[in-house]
Write a protein that binds this ligand. Sequence first.
Ligand code: BEZ
Length: 390
Amino acid sequence: MSLSRRTFLGATAASFAAGRVFAASKAKIRIGLLLPYSGTYAALGNNITDAMKLVAGKLGNKLGGREIEWVAVDDESDPAKAPANVNKLISGEKVDILTGPVHSGVAMAMMQIVRQEKTLTIVTNAGAQAVTGQLCAPNVFRTSFSNWQTSYPCAEVMLKDGRKKAVLMFWNYSFGQESMAAFKEGYSKGGGTIVKEIAVPFPQTEFQANLSEIASLKPDAVFVFFAGAGAAKFVKDYADAGLRDKIPLYGSGFLTEGVLGAQGAAAEGIKTTLHYADSLDNGPNKKFRAAFKEATGREADVYAVAGHDTVHVLAQALDKVQGDTSAQKELIAALESVRLDSPRGPFRFSKAHNPIQNIYLRQVKGGKETVIGIAQKEAEDPAFGCAMVK
Ligand code: BEZ
């Protein structure tokens, strides 16, 4: 149970009737950050964190009138450590709101605890389907994407390009598996054939044997899930193996996101689908990218945008309840009605609490992520098994 909820339960009926106990007392609002700060996804966790703090700073470091106190835990992208890390934030640090993680396996372990504790949780990256599917819960929202949203639309893109025989290659954990399942759903519906599925243990980055196999299989294209430092290495190894100009690479946008600089010429021509692109031509994107660059010296990416939107979502909702995190029913209703003019484009929550958002078709040209068009407009995850969706 969170600090504000405990204090709230101890409050008098009069203070309950008066409401907004915490805003009035100006108690700090404790925001938990369950993110990777080491390992292959460290850059992703850092960009989410830095963007959250940047936006919060612009809001005077306050949400709903309460000063923010951040409590960060390095989740190491390790599902086995997730229960202890989540309990540390919820029971130990008594955070009012939990945010994170990046890794879908960590998210799955986290879901069991936050559903039980009813901790208000905002998932800032992990795309695991169950978060807003079978395990969906009123107290859980996601500001990033579902695996389905970022992978399903790529099947049609590949088929339209005339690539009918594909090899799939992915890190073998929930994100990779679900991403491939979503891709296959669209690809086989459209008449495509999967020649081979290559599952690589996470976070392994030894790809040579797999690349030789792909060369001998000669598919029309390869659809991939890797992200962060692993994606940077994969794309370079693919080019070094002489495959770049022979067998085109496709993927969900995590393949190039945040690592385009490291990939250099090796990434040229890669087509991906994602709910964001650096070059989106809208005011909020230009403003955010400039501010992020100035504050960190780095380029913003999809992970930074998730951090940006998470704080804006919280700010809108907490203003409505004047910072009273104990008024959970009202706070959830306020979150459900959030509308954002995000750097990614229009953003609103579905009934399952997953973003309804455009999925863009992007291609790396001249070292830049260009937007070719919208692969799926206002894409809504099917939310299979979510009891909140009637
Ligand atoms: C995931 O595990 O859900 C994930 C990790 C990195 C990028 C995208 C998704």
